[in-house]
Design a protein around this ligand. Structure first.
Ligand code: FAD
Length: 308
């Protein structure tokens, strides 16, 4: 068995694996792709101490850093199940049929953004279509943008972005926003935010290189129109990659792994980090920090549970 078995090869998983290997203990990582969501983006400007990098470069750097250590990288494999094995081991079943075991396991399978599924959304991803206000807000300084989604994340994004961009149009499909009352009051008080309820987005429009607008129409039919915007922040949900866990560990209502302040799940010996957990801010730096925390907690668990 591994002493620390990490599942997921994004920033949280890479950080957990490096911290474990630096303790000189047997470390494995199951990664369907090394880099995780970082591979889906280009410009990254908030990885503190690295003023600018790009997604594919950061993913390669994570892999290079892992290769400096004795880490078993089990590539292109999906974990399909987690269960308690004999002698206090935790078993991770792989989709291919094999199984790995760990004295401790760090879950770091990340999350994926829910998309609108309209024409242009995929084509203009990272060319105006974005999912992360903390990451990309400053790129739209002074410009007109749209935020899609009137839940907490959409309304928080609109409030946040209103301080940076020129004008925000918040589009909500339903006839009311689902965000907390206090956030709704705040967003309505901002002079450069318009809220459009009962409205669906039917297309992201661009000039071939970048976004120039979106097509919207009343949800119940009627005259459609085009909004001229240079950015579209899609905030209609972040789905944690935790389906494979079933009910093996405690999950929140949203399917996120419930952890305590040091990355422990409810299952002894099983830890979690990054976007698959209840950690609210979902950034590369927070995932890196959480990965190290979970790994150090796993190490602490090992030294406390092994016989003298
Ligand atoms: P992830 O990066 O999601 O990595 C988890 C990995 O585990 C993935 O490779 C996933 O495929 C894999 N996995 C899932 N299920 C399984 C399974 N069953 N078995 C094996 N492997 C599995 N953050 C910033 O700080 N700055 C930015 O500029 C920035 N830009 C972004 C742009 C885009 C387009 C996106 C989508 C995100 C961006 N983020 C940014 C957010 C950042 O990428 C995430 O917060 C971070 O990658 C989370 O790291 P993680 O390791 O927790 O999860």
């Amino acid at each position: 068995p591994y002493e620390v078995l990490v599942v997921g090869g994004g920033p949280a998983g890479a950080s957990a694996a490096i911290y474990a290997a630096r303790k000189g203990i047997r470390t494995g990582i199951v990664a369907d792709r090394v880099g995780g969501q970082v591979l889906d983006t280009m410009s990254i400007e908030n990885l503190v101490s690295v003023p600018h990098t790009e997604g594919p470069k950061l993913a390669a750097d994570l892999e290079r850093h892992m290769s400096d250590y004795d880490i078993d990288l089990v590539r292109s494999q999906q974990a399909a199940g987690l269960s308690e094995g004999r002698d206090g081991l935790t078993m991770v079943d792989l989709a291919g049929g094999a199984a790995l075991s760990g004295k401790t396991v760090v879950l770091a399978t990340g999350a994926r953004w829910r998309t609108m599924g309209v024409p242009g959304e995929e084509e203009y991803r990272n060319k105006g279509v974005t999912f992360c206000p903390h990451c990309d807000g400053p790129l739209f300084k002074g410009k007109d943008i749209a935020v899609i989604g009137g839940g907490n994340s959409g309304v928080e994004a609109a409030i946040d972005l209103a301080g940076i961009v020129g004008h925000v149009t918040l589009i909500e499909f339903l006839d009311e926003m689902r965000a907390d009352e206090v956030l709704q009051r705040k967003v309505h008080s901002l002079p450069n935010v318009d809220v459009r309820l009962g409205t669906k987005t039917t297309e992201v429009i661009g000039d071939g290189g970048k976004v120039t607008g979106i097509a919207i129409e009343p949800r119940d039919g009627g005259q459609g129109e085009q909004l001229d915007v240079e950015g579209v922040f899609v905030q209609i949900g972040l789905l944690p990659n935790t389906e494979w866990l079933g009910d093996a560990v405690e999950l929140s209502e949203r399917g996120e792994v419930v952890i305590d302040g040091v990355g422990r799940t409810n299952l002894p010996g099983v830890f979690a980090a990054g976007d698959c957990t209840i950690e609210p801010y979902k950034q590369i730096v927070t995932a890196l920090g959480a990965g190290s925390t979970a790994s150090l907690s796993a190490f602490d668990h090992l030294i406390r549970s092994s016989a003298p």
